[in-house]
Design a protein around this ligand. Structure first.
Ligand code: SF4
Length: 413
């Protein structure tokens, strides 16, 4: 279930039905003010709603005062082992403190932090990681790691409630994608506090993005999770933010900036689509509107599945075409496709989101498209459409009462 409760981190609501918040963590030494602030501004530009900074030393908590004052987005102080730093981070103005109640020195120290946080109106994130479970759960961890994680989280929640502190969100993370999914599903059934989702140490940009998309995407599709952080082994924290946004955009949970659609290419490709797609993606970064732009590697399918795109291009050897909402705009030389596409997009915005079409140019483009189209070709798109139709027909034939799995996608077992 989606979290009923919410916390507010420096003005950003998390939980209680608010849009899923994107967060990341700076990779700089926090005390290096120049580097840390540069990175915070970059992640804010990339769309981070909140950013977390590690605070392992006195000089970091000192720097936090300036960081909180100058940051364009709320700051979470990430504290381990040292509850004094947590107290100082609250005094420094941090908008939220992340701590693991299991490693901060015992319930009395947790109580001290909770009291100070309560007085300052600062929420906490209490975290449980697969690598740092309390000792008494180590045996359970060997036999049932998911239950061990959930038990630790529920125990911490109980501790906070006994301390009469309820202004917190919970994270429950594992390096295992299936365990993260199973544990968060169980936890969301047991508590109604906001959940922070992440896959611990997910890996490199490539594998980490995929693991995160599978793990977090599965939970988010279930309606579980109120804020996400993608953990990638890269110094460029903005890459984590971009991946988080792609996951949220793919699930239609939030909108931000353009959506690029590109065919996977196949043997029918007749122009250098790799560099065209990369160039289109790069130039789209300058736009904030959630415009949909499509790039097709050939015109064999006509405009086909890109019919809904706000703008698109398709090309052959020498010539290509620009279209909008399934209708041709003009034919252009392949080497000018990208420039002309952005000319049309800019005209669209300059005229208050009106597509401008010259009838002669559009007719020329339609004639070119008719020549290029081949209604008999078995393209990947047509095969996919046929498979989809067959799947729909098969699904219609399923007797729901007899099938134990029919209609159970995205539901908890
Ligand atoms: S047939 Fe489809 S996948 Fe192949 S190049 Fe054309 S549009 Fe791309």
């Amino acid at each position: 279930m989606a979290s009923k409760r919410s916390v507010t981190v420096g003005g950003v609501q998390i939980g209680g039905g608010a849009p899923v918040a994107v967060q990341t963590m700076t990779k700089t030494e926090t005390a290096n003010l120049q580097a840390t602030m540069d990175q915070i501004r970059r992640v804010a530009d990339a769309g981070a709603d909140i950013v977390r900074c590690a605070v392992p030393r006195e000089k970091d908590v000192e720097a936090l005062k300036t960081i909180v004052r100058e940051s364009p987005i709320p700051i979470i102080a990430d504290i381990h082992f040292n509850h004094t730093l947590a107290l100082k981070a609250i005094d420094a103005g941090a908008h939220c403190i992340r701590l693991n109640p299991g490693n901060i020195g015992g319930p009395e120290k947790v109580a001290e932090v909770a009291d100070r946080a309560k007085a300052a109106g600062v929420p906490l994130r209490i975290g449980v990681n697969s690598g740092s479970l309390p000792k008494h759960l180590h045996d359970l961890e060997m036999t049932n790691p998911v239950e061990a994680l959930v038990t630790a989280a529920v125990e911490f929640v109980g501790l906070m409630e006994r301390l009469r502190f309820e202004d917190f969100k919970v994270s429950l993370k594992s390096t295992s994608v299936p365990n993260t999914i199973a544990a968060n599903r169980l936890l969301s059934d047991r508590i109604d506090y906001p959940l922070h989702l992440g896959i611990t140490e997910a890996g490199t940009k490539w594998s980490g993005s995929l693991k995160s998309a599978v793990g977090l995407g599965t939970l988010l599709a279930d309606g579980i999770g109120d804020t996400i952080r993608i953990s990638l082994s890269t110094f460029h924290a903005e890459e984590e933010v971009k991946v988080a946004w792609e996951i949220l955009k793919a699930l239609k949970l939030r909108e931000r900036g353009p959506v690029l659609i590109a065919c996977p290419t196949c043997g029918r490709l007749q122009f250098d689509m790799d560099s065209v797609v990369a160039e289109v993606e790069r130039r789209l970064e300058a736009y904030d509107d959630p415009i949909e732009v499509s790039v097709l590697g050939c015109a064999v399918n006509g405009i086909g599945e890109a019919r809904h795109a706000d703008f698109g291009i398709t090309g052959a050897k020498d010539m290509g075409m620009i279209y909008s909402k399934g209708e041709p705009i003009k034919k252009v030389r392949t080497e000018n496709l990208v420039d002309e596409l952005f000319t049309e997009i800019d005209k669209y915005y300059a005229s208050g989101k009106q597509v401008t079409r010259d009838a002669t140019a559009a007719a020329e483009a339609a004639a070119w498209l008719a020549e290029e189209e081949d209604a008999t070709a078995m393209t990947p798109e047509r095969l996919a459409a046929m498979e989809l139709e067959k799947a729909k027909a098969d699904a219609d034939a399923i007797d729901e009462a007899l099938s134990p799995v029919a209609g159970r996608r995205f539901t908890r077992a």
